[in-house]
Write a protein that binds this ligand. Structure first.
Ligand SMILES: Cc1cc2nc3c(=O)[nH]c(=O)nc-3n(C[C@H](O)[C@H](O)[C@H](O)COP(=O)(O)OP(=O)(O)OC[C@H]3O[C@@H](n4cnc5c(N)ncnc54)[C@H](O)[C@@H]3O)c2cc1C
Length: 477
């Protein structure tokens, strides 16, 4: 690189921070002269990641963990040197309950992402009726679909496992990850592995068993990795906010501008980008990595690229809220012998799920107290996410009283709302992304990435952010 080039990142969520981190590391490694600036509209970094340390409680407002199966988050934690702070799910409990027919039923042991893999616990479970179990077993004989291509989560599950599996397992478990509606969720954009499994061997049950066997063989062959074993879900002792703080430190304060809402992005005649910010002087960059929600990217680009903005606006988002509550242990009549429960839509309640946070994770609440958090809203009941604090708490308390028998008020509560917080990968998502990418490829130095595009989980966001950084760097070279 001859003259000093600048790459600007819009959005200080985990995608933007991962992009800035990658650029910082690459610049250091190659001793390149490159300016990096990150602009975030909020006063704090982290986007959907918010950890509130309200001593002695550690409360997560948004995500509370990431999966290790997708390696990018764990890898980043290792690179940042905070691996020793990783927190496994507690071994004192395991599994989850499903609320059905006015009772909490344990999700049968061996159910992997809605697919039963262990005969005895599945058969003896009261969650699924006998006709429902027989219908799920038919998966073993139903031939694979002849047509290839996308379909909704609902149509796929109904075809392979039947309506009851959709209603009681797939909708709250799989749909719940996206706070989505299985009737319009694109399977190819969210869980392509299910379609692959069907194409490989027909039966999902056989496919899942084969996958388990393959993983077990891999583990046997692989030399035992040094260090502690990791659980499927993982967090950090001080909460996920620690990852945000550590990234900010490594990137460097001087490169980060909070309270900076970007209003417009315009290409310059010199081949760069003019960045207009509300109440601040405009600035110019050679490349842009836009990691905001897609509708926010649309707003910034709509004057220059109305077609691109239209496509970005076609990606829908749904609203949700989390309500964390601290109760004395004796106020809870339930044995709390799992990580929480999920509530299928067919149960017609006003909460989607509850995590027993201090049972699932250590370091979350003091001895004798239980921290739990309820999820409200999502694609099926978005309007509930905008209730005011008093009504929200009253509503969640009524549900907890009826489902878990908790009649007393929590000693403390914390409410976080996520208006238009969860992107929905509905049918047509992949075609929409292709159309978006066709346009952005024509725009020198413009990269759009983040949860709205190719993966909403933290590992996917980190991967997308880092990849966009590598591409932007390559281009300005
Ligand atoms: C309640 C909840 C629970 C979740 N649980 C999990 C979980 O347990 N595990 C998991 O892996 N994932 C979970 N997710 C998903 C995951 O947290 C998000 O998908 C991910 O954090 C999104 O990161 P991001 O950087 O792409 O976007 P965001 O975090 O949305 O960041 C985008 C940033 O852009 C900023 N911005 C927007 N417009 C502008 C502008 N004009 N100028 C400047 N800045 C702007 C925003 O303020 C925001 O900070 C959860 C999400 C929610 C809402």
């Amino acid at each position: 690189m001859t003259s000093k080039k600048k790459i600007a990142i819009i959005g200080g969520g985990i995608t933007g921070l991962a992009a800035a981190y990658e650029l910082t590391q690459q610049a250091r490694r190659t001793n390149s002269k490159i300016d990096i600036e990150l602009f975030e509209q909020a006063p704090e970094l982290g986007g959907k990641i918010i950890t509130k340390k309200d001593d002695p409680y550690v409360v997560e407002g948004g995500p509370d963990c990431f999966i290790v199966e997708k390696p990018w988050a764990l890898q980043l934690v290792k690179e940042l040197g905070i691996e020793n702070e990783l927190l496994n799910t507690s071994s004192g409990a395991s599994g989850t309950f499903v609320f059905d027919n006015n009772a909490l039923h344990r999700l049968p042991e061996g159910v992997m992402m809605m697919v039963p893999t262990k005969m005895i616990p599945f058969i003896s479970s009261k969650l699924i009726s006998w006709p429902g179990k027989i219908r799920m077993g038919c998966d073993l004989f139903i031939p694979k679909r002849k047509e290839s291509g996308d379909e909704t989560l609902a149509s796929f599950v109904k075809r392979r496992l039947g309506q009851e599996a959709l209603d009681k397992m797939a909708e709250p478990l799989i749909g719940g990850i996206h706070a989505g509606n299985p009737e319009n969720m694109s399977l190819l954009s969210t869980f392509p592995r299910f379609l692959e499994m069907e194409q490989d061997g027909g039966s999902l049950i056989v496919g899942m068993l084969k996958r388990q066997k393959k993983m077990a063989e891999m583990m046997k062959k692989r030399p035992a990795s040094p260090g502690p074993k990791r659980t499927f879900f993982i967090s950090l002792n001080e909460g996920l906010g620690r990852l945000v703080d550590k990234l900010a430190t490594v990137i460097g304060d001087e490169k980060i501008h909070c309270n900076r809402k970007i209003s417009q992005l315009k290409p310059t005649p010199e081949g760069g980008w003019l960045i207009d910010a509300e109440n601040h002087e405009p600035t110019v960059a050679d490349a842009l990595i836009v990691t905001t929600e897609t509708y926010a990217a649309a707003e910034m680009l709509e004057n220059e690229h109305p077609r691109l903005a239209d496509l970005l606006n076609e990606i829908p988002y749904v609203s949700s809220a989390t309500i964390s509550m601290a109760f004395p242990r004796q106020a809870i009549p339930h044995p709390l012998d799992a990580y929480g429960f999920i509530v299928p839509k067919i149960a017609n309640r006003r909460i989607m799920a509850v995590t027993w946070s201090s049972i699932k994770w250590g370091h979350r609440a003091p001895q004798g107290m239980v921290l739990m958090r309820a999820f409200v809203g999502g694609a099926q009941r978005q309007e509930l996410a905008s209730c005011d604090d008093q009504n929200m708490l009253a509503m969640v308390r009524e549900e907890l009283s009826s489902i878990m028998g908790i009649t007393s008020a929590p000693e403390k509560s914390w409410i976080y709302r996520w208006p238009k917080g969860m992107p929905q990968y509905i049918m047509g998502h992949l075609e929409r992304l292709e159309a978006i990418e066709t346009i952005t490829k024509e725009q020198k130095g413009l990269y759009l990435t983040g949860a709205g595009y190719r993966g909403i989980g933290i590992p996917d966001c980190i991967n997308q952010g880092r990849q966009a950084a590598v591409k932007a760097l390559e281009e300005i070279k």
